[in-house]
Design a protein around this ligand. Structure first.
Ligand code: NAP
Ligand code: F7E
Length: 334
């Protein structure tokens, strides 16, 4: 189909992980820019398209899995994308300790399967790899930049380091336009319920509405650089529009503890967090990432990217959405 504003053919993007938080925001973002969007989805026993329900009819789907090389090759051959965004992963750090092999297969080797498919099918495809601030782990400097050494603290972090370096390696070996976005934590009302921010916003909403009385959490002292997912997908796209492929840190430059997140979230509904939060050792990790805070100056200078939502706005957006969801004012998170 042609773009009605320019008359040139619409660009086509393939997104892996389209059913996830970032995939849903990225699909929206690209559709708004006139892209044709293809989402790679894996088979499950029930349909889990809740985050993209509002985009149905505007996205094409291709059945595939990061564990299955042929399905990836076929997706690229059939849909001939200009850009590929590899967002699929086993993305939950806690689960990576219990399922390190699956995490490695998906989050690490899955990247090689994607890159090899690009190399074989069409090396002119631009490739985005969803790398993570978890690669910095036990941080060697504060704030973290594009040149901060990696020291991952979980099987997930280790797998992301592999995914990062194999992306760099395919760029250097085969000249692919492949970029790695080292994104710090980004959240939204569409965040999975197991991640701490959404666990808190949803727990706060339940307590505010009398559906629960306590919220059980792990380490309240961990600090994260939390931004809004809707902002971060714009940075992914900007990376692929660069003439030369390059890797970027994407962050807000501000850090807050889990306790501060609790404080702000409970305050939004007029409650005192200390009366409801219970620390439970079950949610502690075998190795923790204590402090993350990024330096996003390269992204600001070269991509012109800056976050638009600050910490308090993010907390309030998430709490308000969960209250609305539980009150039945929101049918889904789109
Ligand atoms: P998410 O909500 O957990 O979504 C993960 C997506 O990956 C889902 O669509 C999931 O499909 C898909 N997936 C998992 N295993 C797969 C497989 N074997 N084959 C095909 N698809 C598979 O994650 P997110 O928060 O959107 O994050 C997107 C990416 O950015 C991930 O790679 C994550 O590691 C990375 N990242 C995230 C953050 C963050 O703060 N959000 C920060 C840095 C990097 P199902 O729906 O079928 O499960
Ligand atoms: O934990 C602490 C926990 O699971 C944040 C993923 O998107 O961002 C995410 O990884 C912090 C940790 O995210 C609970 O110990 C305390 O210190 O929300 P999280 P994460 O591990 O930072 C990175 C950038 C990614 O790439 C990942 O894909 O919060 N924490 N109590 C808790 N965490 C959870 N989940 N649950 C608790 O009860």
């Amino acid at each position: 189909m042609a773009d009605s504003t320019t008359g040139s053919p619409a660009r086509r993007a393939l997104i892996t992980g389209i059913t996830g938080q970032d995939g849903s925001y990225l699909a929206e973002f690209l559709l708004d820019r006139g892209y044709e969007v293809v989402g790679m989805v894996r088979r499950s026993s029930t349909v889990n398209y809740e985050r993209i329900a509002h985009l149905m009819g505007r996205i094409e789907f291709h059945s595939g899995d990061l564990l299955d090389q042929f399905s990836i090759v076929e997706a690229l051959q059939e849909h001939t994308p200009d850009e590929v965004y590899n967002l699929a992963a086993q993305s939950f750090v806690q689960t990576s300790f219990g399922q390190p092999v699956l995490t490695g297969e998906t989050t690490a080797l899955g990247v090689t399967r994607m890159l090899d498919a690009v190399r074989l099918v069409d090396p002119s495809i631009r490739f985005y790899q969803a790398s993570s601030s978890e690669m910095f782990g036990k941080v060697h400097e504060v704030p973290q930049t594009e040149s901060t050494p990696f020291h991952p603290r979980s099987p997930y972090g280790v797998a992301k380091v592999y995914g990062h370096w194999i992306t760099v390696n395919y760029r250097e070996s085969y000249g692919l336009h492949a970029c790695s976005g080292m994104l710090f934590n980004h959240e939204s009302p569409r965040r999975g319920l197991e991640f701490v921010t959404r666990k808190i916003s949803h727990g706060v909403a339940q307590i505010a509405l009398g559906q629960a009385s306590e919220l059980r959490l792990g380490n309240l002292d961990a600090k994260r650089d939390w931004g809004f997912a809707g902002d971060y997908v714009d940075a992914m796209w900007r990376m692929l529009q660069q003439d030369e492929p390059e890797d970027f840190v994407i962050c807000t430059g501000q850090t807050h503890s889990v306790q501060e997140f609790c404080q702000a979230a409970f305050a939004r509904v007029g409650l005192d967090w200390e009366k409801h939060v219970v620390v439970d050792q079950k949610y502690y990790r075998p190795a923790e990432v204590d402090l993350l805070v990024g330096d996003g100056s390269q992204a600001a200078d070269r991509l012109g990217w800056r976050p638009t939502i600050d910490f308090v706005q993010l907390v309030e957006m998430m709490v308000d959405a969960d209250v609305a969801l539980l009150e039945g004012r929101l049918r889904n998170l789109s």
